[in-house]
Ligand binder design. Structure first.
Ligand SMILES: Nc1nc2c(ncn2[C@@H]2O[C@H](COP(=O)(O)OP(=O)(O)OP(=O)(O)O)[C@@H](O)[C@H]2O)c(=O)[nH]1
Ligand SMILES: [Mg+2]
Length: 246
């Protein structure tokens, strides 16, 4: 964390006192939006600088981040390698960890409907919680991929594979996914003993399909003082939208 000048140690307390006084005075309260001051204070005391790596798939984004951090943290390979947006920020030595955020069931359903529409499948009959319906759909996707000659052979095969991974990922992670909320888990909650183990789980296609975001906390001097590296899937990848709302 960055060093705060000695005269600023009580800044949060002092600003909060002023905001409280402002709130007590009705004529001033309506004129000032204190949330702007609160946000600015947060930035001043604990600045975060997000460095976003965006670009076409296979451009080398993940590999560049690995090179900067001097470790094989992110999955880098030919084809669509990154399936989930990853945020990497500083951790003290021995405090390295990963937090995994899953898509909600509603978001998974929404994506599945888009893919079924593309594949001309009747999405109304898609019941993610009915094993028979899921089995039929996965079989159909596998058949489609086979007919196309492989999962990367055509746009249709890619979409069928994306749907296959999405519903398989939902089935395999059922107990971790919430209906409307984005569930988050620390790596210990999911019984991963290292960053590498959690990263290995997240990179598997079916898991990656139902993950919304990964937050890595790593020990590297480059990440000090609030520098956050953000690795995004290639802009033309068949995956969920990036979420910058947090
Ligand atoms: N020769 C060479 N190969 C590179 C370079 N950067 C990346 N590659 C290779 O290009 C492939 C894709 O690299 P990634 O780091 O996975 O690319 P990305 O931009 O993260 O790709 P997506 O996550 O799929 O969007 C890998 O096989 C890398 O080995 C480079 O500077 N030189
Ligand atoms: Mg990548």
């Amino acid at each position: 964390m960055s060093q705060i000048a000695p005269q600023c140690h009580s800044l949060r307390e002092q600003v909060n006192q002023l905001i409280e006084l402002l709130r007590q005075e009705p004529t001033l309260r309506s004129q000032q939006d204190t949330s702007v001051v609160e946000t600015a204070l947060g930035k001043a005391l604990s600045p975060r600088f997000e460095i976003v790596f965006a670009g076409a798939f296979s451009a080398g984004k993940s590999m560049l981040i690995n090179a900067l951090l001097e470790r094989e943290l992110l999955y880098s390979a030919e084809g669509h390698a990154t399936g989930t947006e990853c945020h990497i920020e500083y951790a003290n030595p021995n405090e390295e960890r990963v937090v995994l955020t899953f898509l909600s069931e509603a978001e998974i359903r929404q994506q599945a409907l888009i893919l079924t529409k593309y594949l001309n499948i009747d999405g109304e009959n898609l019941h993610l919680n009915q094993p028979e319906s899921v089995k039929l759909l996965t079989q159909y996707c596998r058949r489609l991929i086979e007919e196309e000659g492989g999962e990367n052979k055509s746009e249709k095969a890619k979409q069928a594979n994306a749907l296959y991974l999405l519903i398989t990922g939902f089935e395999q992670n059922r107990e971790r996914i919430q209906t409307l909320q984005n569930a988050t888990y620390s790596m210990d909650q999911l019984n991963f003993s290292s960053l590498g183990e959690a990263a290995g789980y997240a990179r598997r296609g079916a898991n990656s399909a139902v993950l919304k975001r990964l937050d890595y906390y790593c020990n590297h001097p480059l990440l000090k003082d609030g520098n956050v590296l953000v690795d995004l899937p290639g802009i033309d990848a068949p995956v969920k939208e990036a979420d910058f709302s947090r």
